[in-house]
Design a protein around this ligand. Structure first.
Ligand SMILES: [Fe+2]
Length: 440
């Protein structure tokens, strides 16, 4: 028998980035510590898991959703399922044989959310895929034919209106399109947003009164696309700009503000007071320019003064951060707390990850270092009561390289340094992934 030496595989297919093959259901899982009595619900997380064992890039593996159910101080069940996309089931590609765009083609691997009663697996190049609570795939949804583009993995759910504010970007014009799904799940607004070219747009900002688009210089590169690589390269000459749209005039003018070239996958949060918009982001000074030097994001704040027509840019912290999350009930509103996670880069193999709680008003932070070989993914907030900004817990998948086992850790959201109050030991390894939701 011959096996492929793992050293020949790229990093995104080795260690805990390596995919798993089995779909499992396991019940009554062992728990260390004590699960909070009030923590009742399901923790879902999506991530790339190439069914063939191979993918060109970490971002392109087939989506697999993992679900952990908690109630009554017990870990009731774990299950994982592939998202049965058209790409996975019948090899659909972005452009079909006739050169037409196939919006069902994609990995659906980036996020999993619930909106208007539907559970959706999201990835920015394709239509949302609806899942059942058991994680079986219902199929792609195009909102009755009204969605004519892909759909971001990071729509913003307004806690005041229940609307989902989303967008899509494309290689060909229109390069950027804005969508609003109302609280009942109907697509009620779609409009083009004019930008100079095709850039990679991963996320968007929402406040009570505004949507703020990020047109940043990760520019589409046809030569890279033709070579089968990630088709975007950092090109500061493109410039960088923030586009402000009034929510009460969704087809109105987008007002652009130039900023210094940078890249942002993930904003932390944004809020406005009518004339000033404050946006906190995990900002990369540049991205993927040097394969030997891993890109690192730090916490920055952009402040847009709509009366003066200015933007100020300010670094808030000099330590790495990614996967920012907050209490979802505060999205677009002034929020004091946010949480970020760091995963060691390729140059720090074997190092441990960390989880940080940030105070966005005092501009302080406290960090839990997870220890050598222990790496957590995005930490998702689960509220303890019905007060936005109130107490709660953080849940995160964690992989321990020394045992090659996976856990879900539960932290007190305000006291992360104390370490897990409970650890759920999973029966199978869960590869590093992207984003998820707590559904209570
Ligand atoms: Fe993301």
């Amino acid at each position: 028998m011959t096996t492929t030496p793992t050293t020949s595989l790229p990093r995104h297919l080795t260690g805990n980035y390596a995919p798993v093959t089995d779909e499992v259901v396991a019940t009554d899982l062992p728990v260390s510590g004590r699960l909070p009595e009030g923590l009742e619900g399901s923790f879902l997380r999506n991530g790339p898991n190439p069914a063939s064992g191979r993918s060109a890039h970490w971002f392109s593996g087939d989506g697999m959703v993992h679900r952990l159910d908690l109630a009554d101080g017990r870990a009731l069940a774990y299950r994982n399922r592939f998202v049965q996309t058209a790409t996975l089931t019948r090899g659909a590609t972005t452009f079909d044989a006739e050169g037409r765009r196939d919006l069902t083609a994609g990995a659906a691997n980036t996020h999993v959310i619930r909106h208007a009663g539907r559970l959706l697996a999201l990835e920015e190049t394709c239509l949302p895929y609806e899942l059942t609570d058991e994680l079986d795939t219902v199929g792609p949804i195009d909102f009755g034919g009204r969605l004519q583009t892909g759909f971001t993995a990071h729509p913003k759910l307004c806690p005041l209106t229940g609307e989902l504010h989303a967008f899509a970007y494309g290689w060909t014009a229109p390069y950027l399109t804005y969508h609003v799904i109302d609280a009942a799940g109907q697509l009620v607004t779609s409009r083009d947003v004019e930008v100079p070219g095709s850039t990679m747009v991963h996320d968007v900002n929402l406040t009570e009164r505004f949507v703020v688009f990020m047109d940043l210089p990760m520019v589409f590169d046809l030569a890279l696309a033709t070579a089968g690589a990630m088709p975007y390269r950092f090109d500061p000459s493109y410039g960088a700009r923030l586009g402000v749209l009034r929510r009460d005039d969704p087809h109105g003018e987008v007002r652009w503000f130039e900023i210094d070239p940078c890249y942002v996958f993930h904003p932390v949060n944004a809020h406005d007071d009518g004339t000033t918009i404050t946006i906190d982001v995990a900002r990369y000074p540049e991205l993927w320019t040097d394969p030997a030097a891993p890109a690192t994001a730090c916490l920055w704040r952009w402040t847009i003064d709509l009366e003066r027509g200015t933007v100020t840019e300010r670094q808030l912290d000099d330590r790495p951060c990614e996967f920012p999350r907050l209490d979802d009930r505060q999205v677009g509103l002034r929020a004091r707390r946010a949480w970020t996670t760091t995963m060691p880069g390729a140059s720090a193999e074997g190092a441990g990850g960390s989880i940080t709680v940030h105070d966005l008003e005092a501009l302080t932070s406290r960090t839990l270092h997870l220890g050598a070989g222990r790496v957590a993914g995005e930490a998702v907030f689960a509220p303890a009561d019905d007060r936005p900004g109130g107490p709660g817990w953080l849940l995160a998948h964690l992989h321990d390289a020394t045992t090659d086992r996976s856990e879900v850790i539960v932290l007190d959201a305000d006291d992360v340094e104390a370490g897990p109050v409970a650890t759920v030991h999973l029966p199978v390894r869960v590869p590093h992934g992207f984003h998820g939701s707590w559904l209570s």
